[in-house]
Design a protein around this ligand. Structure first.
Ligand SMILES: [Mg+2]
Length: 380
């Protein structure tokens, strides 16, 4: 294990490696199916077994060459690539392998923040770009040789820049962005490459003439603030190569969710309650495997006409286990359906249960430990 870095660096930039596993569910499956390597492989409900309304969960790069991508309707994917091999999703396995990935990363770094099942930000105990690139290469090689899992890595002195770099590194590459190259690296990219810039924000930025991040850097700050508030200010700083420091440092990942598209639209309260409970229990198990507690529960409903509604409830303190998650999600379902019952009474197409304001299970203990040990805080 590399030496721990000085926890109080003297003004030197702190390097972070953003690790994004490639085609994660498919890659997990291929570790036990070497015969399928190099072929178009899709994890999702096999449409040849019967009509399905499900979606592609993960596609190998060979499948992507046919225009297949995650969240695409499975039936469409089957038409685009009839010879694709379909594999059913095995979430407990993907969770177990994600735990192995995190354990490997923690052996190399004093601080690893898991941001989703297949993404993590890893503090990099080095002083310069060359050292950060060597460190990223070590991580990538270890993931391949020990776990057989490919990953793309972005390396920068700011997590958002590192994440954007990891997107550009796909598949299987490493992209390093030194601090004095951030603005130049970002300039040619579309504004949609920035995490958090969805279709609505993109439309606003494009209406201001800022379709690329380079154009965003030139947009007048006052106009951005007027249109997008504090987020507009953050975007402008990022585009100019001077991103605001991350604020959620000690709080780890922001949210996790579990979603399901029903096999047929349903307004049956019992069926919907069962679905929500199953999602909540699965999500609680996933959070437990990551040693995460949650303080906010969210339920999102997509109606048969694709309209979407969402409600949340927060607890005064962080919770763990399935009970609080399941009962709160059930309560939110009741509220959403009651409000809908007074209106259009639409059937439900899809459900998503989310957990937000996540904190690491041992966070409190570790802060106490810090006084004696003087080591960096590890947020799992
Ligand atoms: Mg990924």
């Amino acid at each position: 294990m590399p030496a721990l870095p000085d926890p109080e660096p003297t003004g030197a930039p702190r390097w972070v490696v953003y690790v994004d596993m490639d085609a994660y569910y498919v890659s997990c499956e291929l570790t036990s199916r070497p015969d399928l390597v190099g072929r178009p492989v899709i994890v999702g409900p096999d449409p040849t077994l019967g009509p399905t309304r499900g979606v592609v969960l993960s596609a190998s790069y060979e499948a992507r060459a046919f225009g297949i991508h995650s969240a695409q309707p499975a039936a469409l994917a089957a038409r685009l690539c009839p010879e694709a091999v379909w594999l059913p999703a095995d979430f407990p396995r993907y969770e177990r392998m994600a735990e192995s990935v995190r354990a490997l990363l923690r052996r190399h770094s004093p601080r690893v923040v898991a941001l989703s099942i297949d993404e993590a930000a890893v503090d990099c105990p080095v002083a310069d770009a060359a050292g950060a690139e060597r460190f990223a290469r070590e991580l990538k090689d270890a993931l391949t040789s020990e776990l057989g899992l490919p990953a793309s890595l972005g390396v920068a002195t700011h997590r958002t820049v590192a994440k954007i770099a990891s997107d550009r590194a796909k598949p299987g590459g490493i992209v390093v962005v030194p601090p004095d190259r951030i603005a130049a690296f970002l300039a040619p990219l579309p504004v949609g490459a920035i995490p958090g810039v969805g279709p609505k924000t993109r439309a606003v930025l494009e209406s201001l003439g800022a379709a690329t991040i380079g154009a965003l850097a030139e947009a007048p700050g006052a106009v951005l603030r007027a249109q997008l508030g504090g987020f507009g200010e953050e975007l402008r700083r990022l585009a100019r190569g001077d991103p605001a420091p991350e604020v959620e440092e000690e709080h780890g990942p922001r949210s996790r969710s579990a979603a399901r598209t029903l096999s047929a639209d349903s307004a049956d309260p019992d069926e919907l309650a069962r679905e929500v409970e199953a999602l909540a229990v699965g999500l609680a198990a996933s959070l437990a495997s990551e040693h995460l507690r949650y303080q906010t529960v969210t339920l999102a409903v997509r109606w048969s006409d694709f309209d979407r509604v969402q409600r949340s409830r927060s607890f005064p303190s962080a919770q763990s286990g399935p009970a609080a998650l399941a009962t709160t999600a059930a309560r939110l379902l009741y509220e959403i359906r009651a409000a809908e019952g007074r209106g259009r009474g639409r059937a439900v197409r899809a459900l998503s249960v989310g957990a937000e304001r996540l904190v690491a299970e041992e966070a409190r203990q570790r802060r106490l430990d810090e006084f004696g040990a003087g080591t960096a805080l590890t947020v799992k």
